[in-house]
Design a protein around this ligand. Structure first.
Ligand SMILES: CC(C)(COP(=O)(O)OP(=O)(O)OC[C@H]1O[C@@H](n2cnc3c(N)ncnc32)[C@H](O)[C@@H]1OP(=O)(O)O)[C@@H](O)C(=O)NCCC(=O)NCCS
Length: 322
């Protein structure tokens, strides 16, 4: 058999820059309490969300993703023409066909890159980051743009108090490139498909349903081990973690995970859920962008990431921040 050639690849991959887009319209709990039987006190105490952003008609998934991707490109110092892979993690495309990554790449001016959408629930961006890093390490790509974008309000019954208080819109992105020093650790990813109906759009319905308590139990009982394993595989421990940025679904889950991991007091914990709500695939890059913009997170910080959600899916990894 004739052996095939493989490209030389790279020792590792790293993130060069982040970008984000938050829709203009803020929706407070008090506003929601005017249209459904809920209260600011209930939402803040159970979920930790104070407000969220809902996209207006002109803030389409493509426009939000292009805005976040453009900012990530600007932060990276690369040009759109350097990008040869564009990944869009999303669970809320307006149509099944076509995927949106090619159009987003085109609007950004990237010439004919590999481009595809990834639907791995709220874990999508962490899956996509790992896929991009692996493509770069194997030599399939040189520079990747990894976007998490959602218009979850298109798939949420905005009068259903169980879901309307939680889900929201936005986009976050990062540019990933080759690196001699690995700065994106191995992903620990997996799925529990026996729970596939826990977060789903039921037959004959247009809005999402979520078995909140079941997902809460799953997240708090099964995912700490994933985080521990992600640290182990990257060769770091809890004391090395400068930033903890798990999926922004529920503040109580975030705090509980941080406590179980015994992260040091100095670790900065992402609490973007308070003002962004649950933006699914966008939540981790949105949270990291905010921490870097505010100066709470710094270049060179070691960050522990985790995505989890519909599927049910999960993916965690350690990265060094740009
Ligand atoms: C969704 C979630 C916030 C609900 O909180 P909870 O404490 O489990 O609340 P429950 O669903 O048990 O409901 C408790 C009561 O509050 C009521 N309730 C539900 N939503 C309410 C709201 N928005 N306002 C006021 N009351 C509400 C329920 O009807 C129920 O009333 P009852 O006791 O009279 O039957 C919580 O389960 C959760 O965050 N789960 C995990 C979600 C997650 O991590 N998703 C990630 C992947 S996307």
């Amino acid at each position: 058999m004739t052996p095939l050639q493989l490209p030389p690849g790279a020792p590792g991959a790293r993130i060069l820059g982040f970008g984000s887009y938050r829709p203009r319209r803020r929706v407070t709990n008090d506003e929601l309490a005017q249209r459904m039987d809920t209260s600011d006190e209930w939402v803040q105490s159970r979920v930790g969300i104070a407000e969220r952003r809902w996209a207006e008609p002109d803030e389409t998934l493509v426009e939000m993703s292009v805005a976040a991707g453009g900012k990530a490109l600007a932060a990276s110092g690369l040009d759109a023409s350097d990008i040869d892979l564009v990944l869009l993690a999303t669970t809320s495309p307006p149509k099944a066909i076509p995927g949106l990554a090619p159009r987003i790449a085109h609007q950004l001016g990237a010439p004919r890159p590999g481009a595809f959408d990834i639907n791995a629930g709220c874990a999508g961006w962490c899956y996509a980051l790992s896929a991009a890093a692996d493509a770069i390490r194997s030599g399939t790509a040189r520079n990747a743009l990894v976007i998490g974008g959602e218009r979850l309000t298109d798939y949420t019954n905005l009068d259903d108090r169980a879901t309307a208080i939680i889900f929201a819109d936005g986009a976050g992105a990062a540019v990933v490139t080759a690196s001699d020093e690995p700065a994106i650790g191995p992903a620990v990813w997996g799925s529990d498909g026996d729970l596939h109906e826990a977060i789903a759009i039921p037959p004959n319905e247009t809005g999402m349903s979520m078995a909140g308590q079941a997902v809460y139990r799953w997240a708090t009982s099964k995912l700490t081990d994933t985080l521990v394993e992600a640290m182990r595989r990257a060769g770091v421990g809890p004391d090395d973690i400068d930033v903890f940025a798990p999926h922004q679904a529920n503040l109580r889950i975030i705090e509980l995970m941080a406590k179980r991991l015994k992260l040091p007091d100095r670790t900065v914990i992402a609490r973007d859920v308070i003002r962004a709500g649950n933006t699914s695939s966008a939540s981790v890059p949105l949270a990291l962008s905010a921490l870097l913009e505010s100066g709470e997170a710094k270049t060179g910080d070691v960050a522990l990431l985790l995505g989890y959600g519909a599927g049910l899916t999960f993916a965690g990894q350690v990265v060094i921040l740009p």
